[in-house]
Design a protein around this ligand. Structure first.
Ligand code: GLN
Length: 204
C-alpha cells in the first residue's frame, strides 16, 4: 500500500519560489505554490522562500494570507524559512520596516541585512547539526541576534580570517517543527536541508 505523500506549500507571493519547488520535488512530497487562503488550508507544511521580507510581508496582507498563516503556524503547521523566510518566521526583526509583520513562529530576534554592513553576498562552509558539512550561500542575509531557550541552534558562521564580525553568528535554527536558515540551500542543488524539513513534516 502506498503511503500518502505530504503536501508541502511554498508561499508564492515573491522570491525564489521555483527553486524551492524544484528542490522539494526531489524529496518525495507533493510540492505546491500557495497564494490563496484555500491553498494554505490544504498543506501539511509551508516553505517561506528567500526574497524580500518587507515586500512579502506587504503581499501577505494584500492576498489576505497574513492572519490565516499566523493561525496555522500557531496551530503547529511545520514551516521552513530561508533568508527572507527566516526573517518572516521570527518573533522580532531588527533593521526591519515598521510595516513589516513578524509571524512569531520562532522565539528569536533576527537582524535584517546583518552581513550587508561588510559584504552583500558570501559563501561559507558550515557544520549543520544533524546534516553535516554544508556549503552555504548568503545573499543580503539576516543573522539570529538572539534566540529563546526553546530554540535549537543548528549552525553558526565558523571562525576564519575573513569572517570578522560574522564569526559565531547563528544562521540556522529549529524550534519544534519550525526550521529557519539565513542562507539558501534551494540555490545550491543540495537537498539535505529540505529533506530534513520534509522529515519534520512527516513526523509532525
Ligand atoms: N534582505 C532580504 C530581506 O530583508 C532577504 C534577502 C534574501 O532573502 N536573500 O528580506
Amino acid at each position: 500500500m502506498a503511503t500518502a505523500q505530504p503536501v508541502i506549500g511554498v508561499l508564492a507571493l515573491q522570491g525564489d519560489v521555483r527553486e524551492h519547488l524544484l528542490t522539494l520535488a526531489e524529496c518525495d512530497v507533493l510540492a505546491r505554490p500557495v497564494r490563496r487562503p484555500e491553498e494554505l488550508a490544504e498543506v501539511d507544511g509551508i516553505v517561506i522562500p528567500g526574497g524580500e521580507s518587507t515586500t512579502m510581508s506587504r503581499l501577505l496582507e494584500v492576498f489576505e494570507l497574513l492572519e490565516p498563516l499566523r493561525q496555522r503556524l500557531a496551530d503547529g503547521l511545520p514551516a521552513y524559512g530561508s533568508c527572507a523566510g527566516m526573517i518572516m518566521l521570527a518573533s522580532k526583526v531588527l533593521d526591519g520596516r515598521p510595516d513589516q509583520h513578524p509571524l512569531g513562529a520562532v522565539d528569536m530576534t533576527v537582524r535584517r541585512n546583518a552581513f550587508g554592513r561588510q559584504v552583500d553576498s558570501f559563501e561559507a562552509d558550515l557544520d549543520f547539526a544533524g546534516v553535516g558539512p554544508l556549503h552555504a550561500v548568503f545573499i543580503r542575509a539576516p543573522w539570529v541576534e538572539s534566540a529563546g531557550a526553546g530554540v535549537e541552534v543548528l549552525a553558526t558562521v565558523p571562525e576564519s580570517a575573513s569572517a570578522g564580525e560574522a564569526a559565531g553568528r547563528i544562521v540556522a535554527v529549529r524550534q519544534g517543527s519550525v526550521l529557519a536558515t539565513a542562507f539558501h540551500p534551494e540555490l545550491t542543488g543540495d537537498g539535505r536541508v529540505h529533506r530534513l524539513f520534509t522529515e519534520m513534516v512527516r513526523r509532525a
